[in-house]
Design a protein around this ligand. Structure first.
Ligand code: ASP
Ligand code: MG
Length: 418
């Protein structure tokens, strides 16, 4: 029989009743004959609450002490789940990050996982004990508690699955899988049976927040088989081993699986981008470097970039996008460089949305972008910027047209279900 890592998110762990449901799902997985390790999040809202306490205590908080505070949410849920499993008659114990240990670097509040020691936990699991591990936390070489950054429990789960060489890492959440697009926008969105690591990375980075992006990169690097599925299920629901959720797989595995590969796998919308236009910058070597170096130096991620063809007076406009949260900082940095760059005006617009169509199928097909442009044009939606990668085409549009654009594209690529 196999070895399974199961991860439960904050909404699944929010309160005694929900933890009892989680315990039943875990017990059933063990009863199916597997060795089981469980990684848990703090109760929904708890980490936010703890972060606020830190801010109130000291706005310039020391990240190492912040980690001591915010790691506690997962300590509580891991102990409670072990207790609940014991109440069901299962053997179970918790393993805190420092006990396992899960070694991390010392970048407190955003630590990265190094090695995870598994001898003790593997022996305990082999003896029929369920291992319950708090997500999000680890321990630095100095022996201090660390946390991995918000949403980090997904990464904990994948890292534990890789270290234990688990057969599967099941991520239980409040949705039952990954959809072709947000079902709240498009009622006809379909659940995907499979999605590749790369597609998942693109979808996650453009706003589909099912998994922390870092956990997907780690799963891809370590070849961990990940399933996304719902914890809000009845006792007679399809067992996890029959893959009721969405499997995240490699390209090669997908090719072996999918008879009728889709051209487009999913459509995502991201409203957290803002547009910046610099007008009348000199059309000469070095200008673009002068614009983007200070932004890079401040760790501001520039995404889409357009430079217009130069006008007659040797001037041009440069348009690009930055995360909306960084817009003010970007503007300030650019103003400070006004003389060096030599632009006339800065025009900014945070009321934009980036719509992306994603699919490994587009590698071997032409016409994906033109289908997108035509479908949007037919509905009078104006495209302000475009960017592409091998498996993604993104356009920037007016934020008010987000939902319409997603619906129109969902239909245009034939993704609508019944
Ligand atoms: N509790 C942490 C957070 O809210 C980690 C997680 O749930 O993934 O960010
Ligand atoms: Mg999460």
């Amino acid at each position: 029989m196999g070895r399974i890592v199961m991860k439960f998110g904050g909404t699944s762990m929010a309160g005694t009743e929900r933890i009892r449901r989680v315990a039943r799902i875990v017990a059933r997985q063990q009863a199916a004959g597997h060795e089981v390790a469980v990684v848990v999040s703090a109760m929904a809202g708890e980490t936010d609450r703890l972060v606020n306490f830190c801010r109130e205590a000291n706005p310039l908080y020391d990240p190492a002490e912040y980690d001591v505070v915010v790691a506690s949410g997962e300590q509580v849920t891991s102990g409670l789940l072990a207790l609940t499993l014991q109440a069901l008659g299962c053997k179970a114990r918790s393993w805190l990050g420092w006990q396992l240990p899960i070694h991390t670097d010392d970048a407190y509040a955003k630590a990265r996982i190094g090695e995870i020691e598994t001898d003790a936990i593997a022996a305990s699991m082999a003896a029929g004990e369920i291992a319950v591990i708090p997500g999000f936390q680890g321990v630095s070489d100095a022996g201090r508690v660390t946390t991995l950054g918000r949403g980090g429990s997904d990464t904990s789960a994948v890292a534990v699955a890789a270290a234990l060489k688990a057969d599967r890492c099941d991520i239980y959440t409040d949705v039952d899988g990954v959809y072709t697009t947000d079902p709240r926008i498009v009622a006809k969105a379909k659940k995907l049976k499979h999605v590749t690591y790369e597609e998942m990375l693109e979808l996650a980075s453009v706003g589909s927040k099912v998994l922390q992006t870092r956990s997907v990169s780690l799963a891809m690097k370590e070849g961990v088989r990940v399933q996304v599925l719902s914890s809000f299920i009845d006792d007679d629901a399809t067992p996890a081993d029959e893959i009721p959720g969405t499997m995240i797989v490699s390209d090669e595995e997908l090719e072996g699986l999918d008879m009728e590969a889709q051209l487009i796998t999913g459509i995502a919308a991201d409203k957290n981008e803002a547009k910046v236009i610099l007008t009348r910058v000199p059309d000469k070597p070095g200008t673009v470097a002068a614009i983007f170096s200070p932004l890079a130096g401040a760790n501001i991620n520039v995404d889409m970039i357009i430079q217009n063809v130069g006008r007659d007076k040797g001037e041009t406009d440069v348009t690009f996008t930055v995360p909306a949260a960084d817009l003010l900082r970007a503007q300030t940095l650019l103003e400070a460089q006004r003389d060096v760059i030599g632009f006339n005006r800065i025009i900014t617009d945070a009321k934009v949305a980036k719509i992306s169509v994603v699919g490994v199928g587009m590698r071997s097909h032409a016409g994906v972008a033109s289908t997108m442009f035509k479908a949007l044009a037919d509905r009078g939606i104006n495209i302000q910027a475009i960017s592409t990668s091998e498996i993604k085409v993104s356009v920037l549009i007016d934020e008010d047209e987000t939902e319409l654009a997603v619906r129109v594209l969902h239909t245009a690529y034939g993704l609508d279900g019944e």
